[in-house]
Design a binder for this molecule. Structure first.
Ligand SMILES: *Cc1c(COP(=O)(O)O)cnc(C)c1O
Length: 370
């Protein structure tokens, strides 16, 4: 007799669609018998600069302690983040990537009978975390591919415990202004936690995007989440953090794994935080690459969604799947978005100048049927 373990899973999990990551270089190399060295991956919003020398030195220094458990309290990194973010260390929660932080929020405040509100086309982890906790996922139709904040406000009811906002949003790159955020925060009932996911905030200039930290003192229901995976270039190490009131942080601390952030991640994140040169270089490369891709799209007569992240989403106006396939055969990996309900779109992470040029060349060839 065989048992249907899917049918036995909790109802929220039965309905889940698992997260689909960008295709790894080695996987494409195996599938199409390509040389991995010739493959360009612009599919996971990774930092194209590679690790900084300071980060590599910190990795080396950390290796001697591999037999020890990490500092479960993350004392040193929390101190550094608190200083940088103008909060107290008790307001910092560390996560195994900021993804971990999003899940801690869901585990602490979501359950059957409760709901979380987020936008259509928002980051795929919001529905996964919500449904895994057994809560109702309230997906609010997007406006111009971005968050419709007034509609999200209207979707909140007495059973709403969490609202997830991404600014800028992934995968669309859309963003909202300080005025829009202020109006939203002022109107959200105080029992509702607002998770402001700022995974790409380091790429934006202050005049464009609000800084979530500016609102922490005023809104005890605000949780700002950030990551070392993108502009700091540490995606492999998995380290992110949340900034909130001390009480919210204390609740998150109850549900996290005792050693949720590993020693390498703790040590190296401290080094990365101090490496201002690397951050500046990441931003400069991203700005130049964004211009390069936009110019390339214009030349090809293509449309795109303006982005404030380290990626840009292209609107092909027709099914993007065959174009994606053809790009893969040319050794270029980008991210198809059919899983987000955006079948005509491809998301391209900004690469180095050479990677961007290689992608634009391949795209031009594919569109001409070469
Ligand atoms: C990449 C990303 C994250 C976090 O990634 P981690 O590597 O888990 O820190 C969170 N939110 C959004 C919107 C992202 O795009």
């Amino acid at each position: 007799m065989s048992c249907d373990f899917l049918a036995l899973a909790v109802p929220g999990v039965q309905k889940l669609s698992p997260y689909v990551p960008g295709k790894p270089v080695d996987e494409l190399a195996r599938e199409l018998n390509l040389d991995p060295a010739g493959i360009v991956k612009l599919a996971s919003n990774e930092n194209p600069l590679g690790p900084s020398p300071k980060v590599l030195a910190a990795v080396q220094a950390s290796l001697a302690e591999l037999t020890r458990y990490p500092d479960g309290s993350g004392f040193v990194l929390k101190q550094a983040l608190a200083e940088r973010c103008r909060v107290r260390p008790e307001q910092v929660t560390l996560g195994n990537g900021s993804n971990d932080v999003l899940e801690l929020v869901a585990r602490a405040w979501l359950a059957p009978g409760r709901n979380a509100v987020f936008s259509q086309y928002a980051f795929a982890v919001y529905p996964i975390a919500t449904q895994a906790a057994g809560a109702e996922a309230r997906c609010v139709p997007a406006r111009d591919y971005g968050h419709d904040l007034p509609a999200m406000l209207a979707a909140i009811d007495g059973n709403t415990r969490v609202v997830f906002l991404a600014n800028p949003n992934n995968p669309t790159g859309t963003w909202f202004s300080a005025e829009a955020l202020e109006a939203f925060l002022a109107a959200v009932p105080e029992h509702v936690l607002v998770v402001l996911d700022e995974a790409y905030i380091e790429y934006a200039s202050a005049s464009d995007l609000p800084d979530g930290l500016d609102y922490l003192a005023r809104y005890a229901n605000l949780i700002v989440s950030r990551t070392f995976s993108k502009a700091y270039g540490l995606a492999a190490l998995r380290v992110g953090y949340a900034l909130s009131s001390a009480q919210v942080a204390e609740v998150l601390n109850r549900v996290r794994q005792p050693f949720n952030v590993n020693s390498l991640a703790l040590d190296v994140a401290c080094a990365a935080l101090a490496d201002e040169q690397y951050l500046a270089a990441s931003r400069a490369l991203n700005d130049a690459g964004m211009q390069q891709l936009e110019a390339g799209f214009s030349a090809l007569g293509l449309r795109w969604i303006s982005s404030r992240g380290n990626f840009i989403t292209l609107d092909l106006g027709r099914d993007a799947a065959p174009i994606n396939q053809a790009l893969l055969h040319k050794g270029v990996i980008v991210r198809p978005l059919a899983g987000y309900g955006l079948a005509n779109f491809l998301r391209i992470s900004i690469g180095t100048q050479a990677e961007n040029a290689r992608f634009l060349q391949a795209l031009g060839e594919v569109l001409q049927g070469v």
